[in-house]
Ligand binder design. Sequence first.
Ligand SMILES: Nc1ncnc2c1ncn2[C@@H]1O[C@H](COP(=O)(O)OP(=O)(O)OP(=O)(O)O)[C@@H](O)[C@H]1O
Ligand SMILES: [Mg+2]
Ligand SMILES: [Zn+2]
Length: 256
Amino acid sequence: MAKLDCKLCSGTGWTVSEQDGISSAERCSCVAESQAEQMEKLAQIPENYQRASFENFHLPDDNPTARRGLSDVMLAVSGFTRIYPKNPKPGLLLVGPPGTGKTHLAVAALRLLLARGHEGVFFDYQNLLERIRSSYNEKLGTSTREAYRSALETEILLLDDLGAHRVTDWVEDTVTSIVNFRYNHRKPLIATTNLVDPDIGGTGPEKSQVPGAHSFRTTLEERVGERARSRLFEMCRVIRMPSVNDYRIKPQRADR
Ligand SMILES: Nc1ncnc2c1ncn2[C@@H]1O[C@H](COP(=O)(O)OP(=O)(O)OP(=O)(O)O)[C@@H](O)[C@H]1O
Ligand SMILES: [Mg+2]
Ligand SMILES: [Zn+2]
């Protein structure tokens, strides 16, 4: 749909150009723009992240190791969007401690894909489960049931804060059914989590120093179950956030 107030096409969606006495009509750029805006609206990105992009992702300049680590991660995530949808693995799993920029980067990737006309939806994991659960409990309208359908069917699912919920069989079954459906159909999934996993490792003091003792940080498997974890690893490129300060509690910087 064209923008009604577009100065280039006056809302017709077409621009006419003339060359050698022959005029030809072309689709106006506002058509793609308004489609992208529409896609953003449908994606339900929370307000805090609506402007998250790779351009406004800051690389620390006081710590070369952190800068390199964060820059590698950013390149990996933007690389995912560059080759999309021809990625060897259809998903991305961003793993790391709070405040390291996982959700920011996941949204930046989603927004780039939306701007290219792809469809996607942002879901906060906990909120998605609550909406699905309440649609079972009560005779509610279609809006809550739609959450489940949309998590299954949307082209790109951004599942934020995966595993941030106490574990019940119901939660495990529900997550497994969503991941399994998307896995079976090779549907892209971009997920973030700050849970740890023995096969990813290095995201903090997750292991006790005492041999044989259990880890004191909850693992991905404990929260989502073995089956969902296994599928996540197969369908997602796993990206571990480097060791950086929590951006939320950094000292105030002049440019913020
Ligand atoms: N490198 C960065 N440059 C610019 N903004 C950043 C950067 N890292 C984080 N932020 C901002 O800091 C806030 C926290 O980042 P974000 O929500 O992405 O962290 P997270 O890793 O998802 O944390 P959590 O595990 O708690 O969900 C957001 O507002 C985000 O936009
Ligand atoms: Mg987050
Ligand atoms: Zn126009």
